[in-house]
Write a protein that binds this ligand. Structure first.
Ligand code: RNT
Ligand code: ZN
Length: 416
C-alpha cells in the first residue's frame, strides 16, 4: 500500500467512504470491450473488408489489425492495461471463416468456435451483434425494414443466426451473452410513409425474437438512433420504437451516448428506463457535435453515467458496453484510454458519500449539496485509482503508455 493511498484512504474515511469497499465493488463490474476499435469496424468477412454503408470511421492511422490473430493479440494487450472485470463484444463480421466467404444469413456457431477458445483462455465472457451494415444486401439504406420481403428475410435469418451464436457463447462460457440489434435503416430525404417502414421493422423483429432462447445463455437488446449519415431525414428504428418494443416484448433497450439530440444525455435516461424495464445495455461513446464515436474521456457525462449506476446500485441491471472507434490515432491507445476512463468513472462514483448527500437532498438543503459535491471534486481520487490498478495488476498511472509505445514498435509497425 503506497503512502499516497494510505493518506487518501483516511481522507475518504473522514466523509464515511471506505475506499477498500469501493475498490472491490468496481473491480467486479464487467465492461464489455468492443472488438471493433481495433480494425475500424471492418471485420474478417473478406480480406478487403470495408465500410460500404451504414457506419463510418475517419482516419487512417497505421497499425490496424488485418486478421483475427492480430486483432486477438491487440485485444490481449488492451486487456492487460485495463483494470477490473472485462468481457469482449464481437460483431458477426468478426467470424473465423477459414478464408471462405460465408453469407451473413449462413453464419453458425462453428465460425466462432475459435473465439470461444480464445475467451476461455482469457477468462472472459462474450457478447454479440448481428452486422446489418457494410453489405450489398443493405438496399436503399434499408435492411429489416426493406419493402422487399426477400431482403427482410435475409436480415431476419442473419439476426436469428446471430442469436444462436450468442446462445452458444452463453452455453460454452457459462455467462449469458448480450446480443445487441442495431440496424442503420433510414431515409436521406423525407419519406412519404414512415409508419409502414416502422411496421415492417417491428414485424421483422417479432420474427427474430419468435425463436425462443433461454435467458441463461442470451439476453437480447435493441438500439435506436436519431439519425445517421445518409439517413438524415428519418431513422426507422429510433429510441421510441425500441423502448416501446422492449416494454411490450420483454427484451432490453440499448442506450448509446451518441444517438440522441446533442444536449440529450443517456445518464438522465438510465433511471427513467429502468423504472420500467428490468435491464438495459449501454453503448458508452462520445458524440462530438454528432454521433462521431470519439474515444470516451472522463467528462461530465461519463462521470454522470458512472454515478447513475453506482448511486442506484444498478450494476446488475446495466450492461456496460463501449462503442467508440477512432482510426486517426493509435488504436491500442484509443481503446485503452476509453476503457480505463469508464472504470475511472465508476470508481469516482463509488467514492462518493451517496447516503449522506441523499439525506441532505431529501431535507431540501441544496446549498450544502452544491458546496460538498464541489469540494469532493478535489479529493485524492488519483491515489485510489492507482491502488485500484495495482490491485488489478495493470500498469499504474501513465506507465501503460510506455507499454503501448513498445507494443507499437515491436508489433504494430510491421503491419503496414
Ligand atoms: C451505430 C451503433 C452501433 C455500432 C456498432 C458497431 O451508430 O452505435 O452500435 O456502432 O454496432
Ligand atoms: Zn452503439
Amino acid at each position: 500500500m503506497s503512502e499516497e493511498y494510505r493518506i487518501a484512504k483516511e481522507k475518504y474515511a473522514s466523509i464515511g467512504v471506505d475506499t477498500e469497499v469501493a475498490i472491490k465493488r468496481v473491480s467486479e463490474i464487467p465492461v464489455s470491450i468492443h472488438c471493433w476499435q481495433g480494425d475500424d469496424v471492418r471485420g474478417f468477412e473478406s480480406p478487403d473488408g470495408d465500410l460500404t454503408g451504414g457506419i463510418q470511421t475517419t482516419g487512417n492511422f497505421p497499425g490496424r489489425a488485418k486478421n483475427i490473430d492480430q486483432l486477438r493479440e491487440d485485444i490481449e494487450m488492451v486487456f492487460s492495461l485495463v483494470p477490473g472485470k472485462k468481457r469482449l463484444n464481437l460483431h458477426a463480421i468478426y467470424l473465423d471463416n477459414g478464408g471462405k466467404k460465408v453469407e451473413r444469413n449462413k453464419i453458425e456457431p462453428k465460425h466462432f468456435a475459435s473465439w470461444v477458445d480464445w475467451a476461455r483462455e482469457n477468462k472472459v465472457g462474450l457478447d454479440f451483434n448481428p452486422t446489418c451494415f457494410s453489405s450489398p444486401m443493405m438496399k436503399d439504406g434499408l435492411t429489416l425494414s426493406h419493402p422487399d420481403k426477400a431482403i427482410r428475410d435475409y436480415w431476419i435469418e442473419h439476426c436469428i443466426a446471430s442469436r444462436k451464436i450468442a446462445e452458444y457463447f452463453g452455453k460454452e462460457l457459462g455467462t449469458p451473452a448480450v446480443t445487441n440489434l442495431w440496424v442503420p435503416d433510414g431515409f436521406k430525404d423525407n419519406p412519404i410513409n414512415r409508419y409502414e417502414a416502422r411496421q415492417r421493422l417491428i414485424s421483422a423483429m417479432d420474427e427474430i425474437y419468435s425463436v425462443k432462447i433461454d435467458k441463461k445463455y442470451n439476453l437480447d437488446s435493441a438500439e435506436g438512433k436519431l439519425f445517421g449519415i445518409g439517413a438524415e431525414s428519418c431513422t426507422v428504428g429510433q429510441h421510441e420504437i425500441y423502448l416501446a418494443y422492449a416494454l411490450t416484448r420483454g427484451i432490453m433497450v440499448t442506450l448509446d451516448s451518441g444517438h440522441y439530440h446533442p444536449t440529450e444525455v443517456i445518464s438522465d435516461k438510465i433511471s427513467s428506463v429502468l423504472s420500467f424495464v428490468p435491464e438495459i445495455l449501454l453503448h458508452v461513446s462520445r458524440p462530438v457535435r454528432w454521433d462521431s464515436d470519439h474515444v470516451i474521456i472522463l467528462d461530465d457525462e461519463l462521470k454522470a453515467i458512472g454515478a447513475e449506476i453506482i448511486r442506484n446500485n444498478f450494476e446488475n441491471r446495466v450492461h456496460i458496453g463501449l462503442d467508440y472507434f477512432d482510426a486517426s490515432i493509435n488504436r491500442i491507445a484509443a481503446w485503452t484510454v476509453g476503457a480505463r476512463n469508464i472504470k475511472k468513472s465508476l470508481l469516482l462514483a463509488a467514492l462518493e458519500p451517496t447516503k449522506k448527500l441523499t439525506k441532505i437532498e431529501r431535507e431540501g438543503d441544496f446549498t450544502s449539496r452544491l458546496e460538498l459535491t464541489e469540494e469532493y471534486k478535489t479529493y485524492p481520487f488519483g491515489a485510489v485509482w492507482d491502488e485500484f490498478c495495482a490491485r488489478n495488476k495493470v500498469p499504474v498511472g501513465e506507465k501503460w503508455i510506455a507499454k503501448v509505445k513498445k507494443y507499437t514498435k515491436d508489433v504494430l509497425s510491421d503491419r503496414d
